[in-house]
Design a protein around this ligand. Sequence first.
Ligand code: UD1
Ligand code: UDP
Length: 381
Amino acid sequence: MKVVLVAGARPNFPKVAPLASAFAARGVSADICHTGQHYDEAMSSLFFDELSIPRPRWNLDVGSGSHGHQAAAILERFERVLTGDRPDLVVVVGDVNGTMACTLAAAKLGITVAHVEAGLRSFDRTMPEEVNRVVTDSLADLLYCSEPSGVENLRAEGIEDWRILHAGNVMIDSLVRHRSRARRIGRPRALGLPERYGVVTMHRPSNVDDPDSARQLCDTLSRVAAMIPLVFPMHPRTQAALQRHGLLDGLAASVRVLPPEGYLEFLGLMESASLVLTDSGGVQEETTVLGVPCLTLRRNTERPATVAQGTNRVVGTDPRDVESAARAFLGSPPERRVPDLWDGRAAARIVEHVLSGVLDRAAARRARWSERASTEPPRSA
Ligand code: UD1
Ligand code: UDP
């Protein structure tokens, strides 16, 4: 059996790492295809080293550009990989442009696709990731969900039960595996941080690309920094946007701005933090498991388990709302509860399911489509 695992942007790497190990543990050859969407050392190769991810067999080298450019270039280049290699299964994770484009390439070639982290919905189609999620789930054959809302959303969209599995959270597999190593690195001490500090990550286009939103965000962070020292490992999109808007120097006067951190360093920073402010999807989940209070500076989340069961609160971006939520969280931190199946074994459950005969069922489903297409009379216009 041949499997291709697709990864291309920072949040993909902690998801692909446990899947690669789980396939290897069952003797299945799983080759990694890197789309090349993220390419800086701190956004890509550092993660391969720290998470011991096997070197990619292919790199599509798509680089930066518009969504149209990235999706089209990945589609064309991944199609060539698939026609050359003909895998039995393509596994995509998350909701980035490569997730959608690689699913599309495989679906058109009749190759089975498994989507890991399926079914999440913010119901906000102004988010590019929401469009990627909807397209990916409508074409993928096997849908592995990290939380019950994913299963409910997919059922509501008419997907048959046998194609859906509530498998748990593969990103948390990486956290469970590397948590003590991350702690040993002692990142907060190396940065000279005090006992109590907060961590910020922010990169959603809706927050950082528009100058007014970015200004409001900087104002918000300065208000919170007056309550607790803040450290902000900054995503390259954010760095470029704040520089463009002339906001970076002003922010750096009240918040400690750093380049993006490695996976282990960032995990160590989050674990000892008193507060996290973020618009990241993955960080909402990781703080839930770490039991660290997390304020999500967005209007919605596609990860409701982090709010219903975790330490996450979706507060929006109004400076007064964020300031009062931060004060409340620092005074009385929320209780830690870990969602079901966020236990470090999600990738093993997924591989077990893949090997349980479900690929034959997916192939039979496709064969029925071509039978139906050849027997149905042509429709009149
Ligand atoms: C992408 C994902 C987003 C994810 C984020 C994680 C999509 C639609 N978006 O957004 O879901 O949350 O990654 O980090 O797929 N850049 C560099 N070096 C790099 C990569 C990017 O400097 O290694 C800069 C470039 O100027 C680029 C900008 O960052 O134009 C944005 O990168 P891009 O990959 O287009 O989108 P992200 O905002 O990273
Ligand atoms: N992360 C990291 N260094 C950082 C910021 C984030 O290693 O400086 C990790 C974070 O712990 C999580 C992943 O990157 O594992 C989340 O990626 P990101 O926030 O870029 O994307 P999203 O989850 O929003 O799609």
